[in-house]
Write a protein that binds this ligand. Structure first.
Ligand code: NDP
Length: 296
């Protein structure tokens, strides 16, 4: 038996999705507006296909329109940019998401920069990054937002003054999360592959977030007793004898759960929150584009 509370992203994300479905229904009833999310997938990456199909199902279940664009692996940058230009100008499309990673011939930076910042529901456009760091409220990268919502759900309004250690400094997770937790008045430390004495640093964390991409990297004895642990990692292990491929996080869950106060499982922790936040960003983008008040 584990001592830690299990932070259930499926349940928490499900509540958010229900709230969003109500907001979408109200937009339709009151304003005749249906939020539309366009998802672009280039090539046949297996994990990306799974993510795109989850995003499609979730947006349809929330009552939104889903526009999917599947492009060949050898699509040129110009072809993709032409599609983005079309989506930028399409009034039925309120959110645009280009699934990463892209094939090597296409520059991710150029593609992300081409998306209309107002339709950038992933929050990766540099204009939105800048707005975030300047204290504005642009669309925020979904996984980082999902982590904050899980922490608020677990710790209530009690984030202020806590020491948050984030292991990982990607543009997708670590950096935006550092910003969001600063706003919550946490004391934030961002660790990475050059950090010295990472275990010792992690032991100082009231909130420990692992976004590393290495299976079971964070050990049980790196965790301060009672800490809240958010495991962002999604690592696919080789198939077992039963042929099923297992997903594990960046934290050794079994060992960590004996020490932590609360911890997210993988799967079923941060993953479902990411999709819920994508829908949240799409509703907000729709309201802004249509000049409607944001849902409370
Ligand atoms: P990146 O590969 O972009 O970044 C990994 C970060 O971990 C880097 O900052 C890197 O440091 C750091 N790192 C790598 N090795 C070490 C080490 N030995 N010690 C300390 N730090 C280290 O990954 P992402 O941020 O994109 O993703 C991280 C994980 O989260 C992955 O497992 C990914 O699958 C998962 N993920 C899950 C999502 C979800 O919805 N749940 C969404 C997005 C990602 P440095 O910068 O020095 O190289």
């Amino acid at each position: 038996e584990t001592a830690a509370t299990r932070i259930d992203g499926k349940v928490i994300g499900g509540e958010i999705r229900e709230r969003i479905a109500r907001e979408v229904a109200a937009l339709q009833a009151d304003h005749g507006v249906t939020p539309g999310l366009a998802v672009v997938l280039v090539g046949g990456d297996e994990a990306s296909q799974v993510y795109v199909s989850h995003k499609r199902k979730a947006s349809l279940a929330a009552g939104m329109e889903s526009f999917e664009h599947y492009l060949d692996e050898d699509t040129s940058a110009d072809e993709l940019l032409a599609l983005i230009d079309k989506l930028n100008r399409d009034p039925a499309v309120n959110g645009i998401l280009v699934q990463l990673p892209l094939p090597a011939q296409i520059s991710e930076d150029a593609v992300l920069a081409a998306i209309d910042p107002d339709k950038d529901v992933d929050g990766f456009h540099e204009v939105n990054t800048g707005r975030l760091w300047n204290g504005g409220s642009p669309p925020v990268p979904c996984t980082a937002l999902g982590c904050v919502l899980l922490l608020q759900h677990t710790l209530g309004n009690d984030l202020a003054g806590r020491h948050a250690v984030i292991v990982g400094r990607s543009n997708i997770v670590g950096k935006p999360l550092a910003n969001l937790l600063l706003r919550e008045n946490c004391t934030v430390t961002v660790a990475h592959s050059k950090t010295r004495d990472l275990p010792g640093l992690c032991r100082q964390a009231d909130i420990l977030v692992a976004a590393v991409g290495r299976p079971k990297f964070v050990q049980g004895d790196w965790i301060k007793p009672g800490a809240t642990v958010i495991d962002v990692g999604i690592n696919r292990l080789e198939a077992n004898a039963d042929g099923k491929r297992r997903l594990v996080g960046d934290v050794d869950f079994t060992a960590a759960a004996e020490v932590a106060g609360a911890i997210t499982p993988v799967p079923g922790g941060v993953g479902p929150m990411t999709i819920a936040c994508l829908l949240h960003n799409t509703v907000r983008a729709t309201c802004q584009q249509k000049g409607l008040p944001l849902p409370a």
